[in-house]
Design a binder for this molecule. Structure first.
Ligand SMILES: Cc1ncc(COP(=O)(O)O)c(C=O)c1O
Length: 281
């Protein structure tokens, strides 16, 4: 049985409840963040909590915990789930109960849910996967809010087309990001990834550090019409790490196999996370 932290208490997962009147339930008003452990250490915890704080600020939600306090609670919740090998960690801060059912009153609830790390299919990484594009945009894209209606809807569209992710394309034909991933492609040895109107992925920031000295990086808008010229594509996210992409809609990427540059990025990431929290990185 997993142990969660809910508003001041550590409880068994089946006892973890919040009010049905909470704005997170009624209006999708709340923020969350997601990270995993490597060597049982939460990966870039401070940065994820900082992003949670930024998300809250962007949507007008008051947090009654400091970054340090939230990090401490996350560490403690991980410690109480010793039966896990590695963990998925979800930090949620709800909007709280509101007298008129819509105006936040600064009484949000902090929840930390720690579950066993989910293993994704090996073939994603060895053979590469398909993604689709969808003409839709997220509201306040810099915030990770509990309103992920667009993501749930967009991912269903992807699954119907045997794809693992949908990439949002905005009204200006720009490819922004996936439902829970950031998007990258290679043009020659240049690694290109979206610069603005996205959720700044923590995995993305780690990737951009790791590739220094290996590839030149261009942070810029990506036009959907560039798809035909993309030689290698990958997506990144905390739970997925680096996934090579070999098809976008009906277009094959490069020769339809994970390319050498993408495999290099995957290796750099793997080497880094393997040592994470071991006193070496
Ligand atoms: C919209 C969106 N973009 C990108 C990402 C990737 O972020 P990270 O690498 O921090 O997991 C996420 C993560 O869930 C996301 O929801």
């Amino acid at each position: 049985m997993d142990i969660y932290y809910i508003d001041g208490e550590f409880v068994a997962e089946d006892k973890a409840v919040i009010s049905a009147k909470d704005l997170a339930v009624l209006r999708g008003f709340g923020v969350f963040d997601f990270l995993i452990t490597y060597n049982k250490r939460p990966f870039y915890l401070k940065e994820h909590v900082q992003r949670l704080e930024n998300s809250a600020e962007k949507i007008g939600l008051t947090l009654n915990h400091t970054n340090e306090a939230i990090c401490g609670i996350v560490e403690e919740t991980v410690r109480r789930n010793t039966h896990h090998d590695e963990s998925n960690i979800r930090i949620v801060y709800t909007g709280g109960v509101s007298s008129d059912g819509v105006t936040p009153e600064g009484n949000g609830k902090l929840m930390v849910m720690v579950t066993p790390k989910l293993k994704l299919p090996d073939w994603w990484y060895t053979e590469g996967a398909k993604i689709i594009t969808l003409d839709t945009e997220r509201f306040i894209p810099g915030a990770k809010s509990t309103n992920y209606l667009t993501a749930v809807w967009a991912l269903q569209q992807a699954h119907r087309q045997e794809a693992i992710e949908s990439i949002y394309v905005d009204r200006n034909n720009r490819m922004l990001e996936g439902t829970t991933t950031n998007f990258y492609f290679f043009k020659d040895n240049n690694l290109i990834t979206t610069q603005s109107d996205i959720l700044p992925g923590i995995t993305r920031s780690v990737v951009l550090e790791l590739v220094k000295g290996h590839f030149d990086v261009e942070l810029r808008d990506i036009d959907k019409d560039e798809i035909g010229s993309m030689k290698e594509v990958f997506i990144s996210a905390s739970n997925k790490e680096i996934v090579p992409i070999i098809r976008i809609n009906d277009t094959a990427v490069g020769d339809g196999k994970p390319g050498a540059n993408t495999r290099k990025v995957m290796q750099l990431f793997k080497d880094y996370t393997r040592l994470y929290g071991q006193g070496k990185v």
